[in-house]
Design a protein. Structure first.
Ligand SMILES: *Cc1c(COP(=O)(O)O)cnc(C)c1O
Length: 388
């Protein structure tokens, strides 16, 4: 079946429940009773190891990704940490995109800092930079595409080919696009990672993460570590993500449509210096975006003319957008990376991120209200500027 059909039906099959529930129930039980000692290994045993609701979610996720295996975690960060602990050993080397989610770099350095793991950061927009950073002890390449907040893109299938040749595993953090618009496993990645907190759940009300792969050996290792470490997604959160996934396709289409309109409108606005959105022809990697993704998603950044103080006034004047970190919810979210999500990034790594860069997670509200909100906010800060 196709994406939208699987999103609704896989994991919610009425014939798998006792009463024919059209929506599969939430199994809160942490332990499962057996008829006799001979049955103790059969079916569900203990919820950390596996749980019927989490299983339903994992089946739905795998069907959407076109992956053989899927595992759900208590956050995107715990999925990352579990993956790294399972896959790496002392002395291993990682090659990573320099423009990565800040929390990922924090895990690399502050959580794995004492484990003897080395990381090299490269500009993965240039495939040859990845190739020349690979060493004898490189076991993993870690990329996002598009990145946050600069919306830089990596050519996943070309990078996957290089990794295969060198027997290096490739992980793609696909949180920004969701499988509706980009499926890295089809492009050759070994493992795909999500913060389901973002588009997958889509309603800013559940923290979660997921790992998916087609490789049985990797899956078995990850499942062992998932159970041993125990950072699993709760049954209730699993159910919330399942509910969110049913409208993933619809939501992404609207995020994409709204974001393109906002990007085009901003690009022509006198108070805007430049707009970063893969769907704009002005994006330096627009042709890769068209080739690699089925849509451009709901995330964009733009650099405002003027001072940081004016950028602050702008985001504080908005009414439809919430001034908040995170992304991927039905509601519009806006933030200033230099003051918020990226405020703890060392100055030397911020040289490409201008102070007045504003990151927008475009919501699925009516586009008229979104643009009017921005226009009103621009005018309010302009009049403040004039008063001064
Ligand atoms: C949010 C996010 C994460 C971390 O996920 P949590 O659910 O917040 O732990 C990882 N990668 C990307 C790209 C993210 O946006």
């Amino acid at each position: 079946m196709e994406f939208e059909t699987n999103a609704i039906h896989i994991g919610d099959e009425p014939e798998r429940t006792l009463h024919g529930d059209v929506v599969s129930p939430i199994h809160l039980s942490t332990t499962f009773a057996k008829i006799g000692i001979d049955d103790i290994e059969k079916g569900y045993v203990y919820t950390r190891t596996s749980n019927p609701t989490r299983d339903n979610l994992e089946r739905k996720l795998a069907s959407l990704e076109g992956a053989g295996y899927s595992l759900a975690f208590s956050s995107g960060s715990s999925a990352q940490t579990t993956f790294l602990l399972a896959m790496l050993k002392k002395g291993d080397h990682i090659v990573a995109f320099d423009d990565l989610y800040g929390g990922t770099k924090r895990i690399f350095h502050e959580v794995l800092g004492n484990f003897g793991i080395e990381v090299s950061y490269v500009d993965a927009t240039k495939v040859n930079e990845i190739e020349s950073a690979l060493r004898e002890n490189t076991t993993l390449v870690w990329i996002e595409s598009p990145t946050n907040p600069l919306m830089k893109m990596a050519d996943i299938s070309t990078i996957a080919k290089i990794c295969k040749k060198k027997c290096v595993k490739l992980l793609v953090d696909n949180t920004f696009m969701s499988p509706f618009y980009q499926r890295p496993i089809e492009l050759g990645a070994d493992v795909v990672l999500y913060s389901t907190t973002k588009y997958m759940c889509g309603h800013s009300d559940s923290l979660g993460g997921a790992l998916m792969t087609n490789d049985e050996k990797i899956y078995k290792k990850l499942a062992f570590y998932q159970n041993a470490i125990g950072a699993v997604l709760s049954p209730f959160d699993s159910w919330l993500v399942m509910r969110g996934l049913k409208t993933l396709g619809l939501r992404m289409e609207r995020h994409d449509k709204n974001a393109l309109e906002v990007a085009r409108w901003l690009e022509n606005h006198p108070k805007v210096r430049r707009v970063l959105y893969p769907g704009l022809k002005s994006h330096p990697q627009h042709s890769l975006a068209v080739r690699q993704m089925d849509g451009f998603g709901g995330m964009l950044s733009f650099e405002m003319e003027g001072t940081l103080d004016e950028a602050r006034k702008f985001v504080e004047s908005l009414e439809v957008f919430a001034l908040a970190e995170s992304l991927g919810g039905v509601e519009g979210l806006i933030e200033i990376p230099s003051l918020m999500t990226h405020s703890s990034v060392p100055a030397k790594d911020m040289k490409d991120i201008p102070e007045t860069l504003i990151r927008v997670s475009v919501g699925i509200e009516n586009i008229k209200d979104i643009i009017e909100d921005m226009e009103r906010a621009f005018n309010s800060f302009c009049s403040i500027a004039k008063l001064r």
